[in-house]
Ligand binder design. Structure first.
Ligand SMILES: Cc1cc2nc3c(=O)[nH]c(=O)nc-3n(C[C@H](O)[C@H](O)[C@H](O)COP(=O)(O)O)c2cc1C
Length: 338
């Protein structure tokens, strides 16, 4: 007899977090199926978060949330991220995704976008530890598989408050958490504070993923040594260099590892995937967002970024890319080591 019949019916085994996991971060307009498939062409990552979807919008059948929550091509490695302003909405949304064979669901406690915080979602929950705990307890009851939380440090530098907040969520039932160690309203100019990751990872009884400013093999090695997280999540660098996960694993296996990357072809592959996997009215915004970061690979990054940001459609982007790589042929292929 199994003591927990709910778990045993459809999900007999709860997959554990892969050891030393490399994880794609949730990023609005960026962490979609086309990006995951592009990364997969280089070998993939251990786990990937979707961009955050609004539980309320999903429940009210907004046309876009189904796309945000598309877990293909590797649902078993995908974590659906939700933000919510009301606990009941999250429970309803979880019932709606119950059939998806995903790795898990994550609750966003870190988004500091003013309209979301004002409505009581994202980082606003970190100011209400009791309510956040109740939210997790409700989600736990509604969702039998992996349940995680993504946090920032909180409204101010107070390690004890952060630890207590995290401890409350753990008692309410989360299986692991991710810390992006910046304060609630801090922008990317301020460095992430990885000492907070190290302390949480050492003190909490669940795995803690660390996230923030990991851009190279050197960064990854340093953060793992200093903070010993259960895994590392990468956001912007995975857009800038969709091959970064392959590079990290390759360098880990051999210090001589180098990856030959076709910059031009990768850009075109991305546009093809975007057209194949997302609806037409999402193409231009997603392409602009992707190239905002990817253009950093070009020798004349400023120039290429500006042109792509102003392109009216994807065919125009292809023309701009063709012209750029004709003019700067040395940028077509690059050898990456760090
Ligand atoms: C464009 C953009 C969108 C983001 N959207 C989300 C989101 O939907 N949910 C979330 O928890 N964090 C979001 N974040 C934060 C990232 O997940 C991550 O915590 C942050 O970028 C730091 O990691 P990085 O330095 O590796 O980029 C977003 C970040 C960026 C740049």
């Amino acid at each position: 007899m199994n003591a927990d019949p709910f778990r045993c019916i459809s999900w007999p085994v709860q997959p554990p977090l892969p050891a030393d996991a490399l994880v794609l971060a949730p990023m609005v307009s960026l962490s979609h199926r086309a990006l995951r498939e592009l990364i997969l062409r280089f070998g993939g990552m251990d786990l990937a978060f979707t961009e955050m979807a609004s539980a309320g919008a999903l429940v009210s059948e907004s046309p876009y949330d189904a796309w945000y929550l598309d877990a293909e091509p590797e649902p078993a490695k995908t974590i659906l991220q939700f933000y919510t302003t009301k606990p009941g909405r999250l429970a309803e949304a979880l019932a709606m995704v119950a059939d998806k064979p995903v790795f898990g669901v994550d609750i966003n406690f870190g988004c500091a976008a003013p309209h979301i915080k004002r409505a009581g979602g994202g980082a606003a929950w970190m100011r209400e530890p009791e309510k956040a705990r109740d939210l997790v307890a409700l989600a736990r009851a509604a969702w039998p598989r992996n349940l995680s939380a993504k946090l920032r440090i909180g409204p101010e530098e107070d390690y004890g408050a952060l630890r207590d907040f995290a401890q409350g969520l753990i008692e309410a039932g989360i299986d692991f958490l991710t810390l992006h160690p910046r304060l609630e309203d801090e922008k990317f100019r301020r460095k992430s504070r990885w000492d907070y990751v190290g302390r949480l990872a050492a003190e909490l009884p669940v795995p803690v993923l660390g996230n923030g400013d990991v851009r190279s093999f050197s960064d990854w090695t340093r953060r793992r040594t200093e903070a010993a997280p259960a895994g590392v999540m990468l956001g912007r660098e995975a857009v800038r260099r969709p091959w970064i996960f392959a590079l990290l694993r390759g360098r880990e296996a051999s210090p001589d590892f180098a990856l030959e990357v076709k910059l031009r072809d990768t850009a075109f592959d991305f546009l093809d995937l975007l057209e194949a996997r997302l609806p037409a009215d999402m193409h231009l915004t997603r392409a602009r967002k992707f190239f905002f970061y990817y253009a950093d690979n070009a020798t004349y990054a400023h120039h290429l970024r500006w042109k792509l940001q102003n392109a009216p459609d994807l065919p125009a982007m292809r023309t701009i890319l063709d012209a750029y790589f004709e003019e700067v042929p040395q940028d077509r292929v690059r050898l990456e080591r760090d």
